[in-house]
Design a protein around this ligand. Structure first.
Ligand code: F6R
Length: 242
């Protein structure tokens, strides 16, 4: 595992974007595993900037996203498809037909999940998987639990997640109760993994993830067993590690 210390969020984003750029330059038809959330937004901004300068070409890139809310359409501004379009895809020359996000509108969970596993398999696996880290150690929507969930599955969102999300919706009833997410096995099968972590509020969990026991109670701790993980974290996130 390699850990890069960044000064702040912007520096973290620039370093992470450099790693993704290197991947795209070395293998123009690579498969990128992508994440939503606040951690990768700056990385996407930087990639867009370099694309606009003519330094990056996404025309042969394929992407598979980690997760999507069940029940939300791609047009819903809270869906992860909408997030990816507005934060990255709409601004670069990626072929949108080669950008994959679990199908939130598929009501049959087994079907949605097996179709998504098949999509990942068909791409020949993920070359570089970008991850953010949840405060409880979750990656994707793989929440702490009794076992590591392997492949794409449907999760019931916790009350605290529903509570935290309700500010984005008109009423609490509109907040999705479930999501589809890649499983730990999908994530661990990526050839390379890049984790971006920013902020003091992530410092305790980052220490646990890197140096604590490997346990499904801290899903990201499994990353200790992957042979090509790069963590790019800012000083605040690394502040509990000497
Ligand atoms: C996003 C995802 C989540 C986030 C995590 C951190 O697709 O799967 O696991 O990466 O919740 O979120 P932020 O970056 O908003 O702190």
């Amino acid at each position: 595992m390699v850990i890069y210390k960044a000064k702040d969020y912007q520096d973290m984003s620039r370093k992470a974007a450099n790693i993704i750029s290197a991947q795209i330059i070395m293998k123009p038809n690579c498969v990128l595993g992508l994440a939503t959330g606040s951690s990768p937004v700056g990385t996407y901004k930087q990639l867009i900037e370099w694309y606009k300068k003519g330094d990056l070409d996404f025309s042969q890139v394929t992407s598979v996203n980690l997760d999507e809310y069940k029940g939300l359409s791609p047009e819903n501004d809270q869906s992860y498809r909408y997030f990816m379009n507005t934060n990255l895809f709409d601004h670069v020359n990626i072929d949108k037909t080669r950008t994959f996000v679990p199908n939130g509108l598929e009501a049959d969970s087994d079907k949605a999940c097996s179709e998504y596993n098949e999509i990942i398999r068909k791409q020949g696996g993920v070359d570089l998987q970008l991850l953010g880290l949840g405060h409880n150690g979750h990656i994707g929507f793989n929440e702490p639990g009794a076992a590591f969930e392997k492949e794409t599955h449907c999760v019931d969102l916790t009350e605290s997640t529903i509570e935290a999300n309700k500010r984005f919706f008109e009423s609490e009833d509109d907040v999705p109760r479930q999501a589809y997410t890649m499983g730990i096995k999908n994530i661990m099968q990526a050839k390379k993994i890049l984790v971006v972590v920013s902020g003091e509020d992530k410092s305790d969990i980052l220490k646990e993830v890197l140096y604590g026991p490997i346990t499904p109670e801290v899903p990201a701790s499994i990353l200790q067993l992957h042979n090509d993980v790069t963590i790019v974290a800012d000083e605040a996130a690394l502040s509990k590690i000497d």
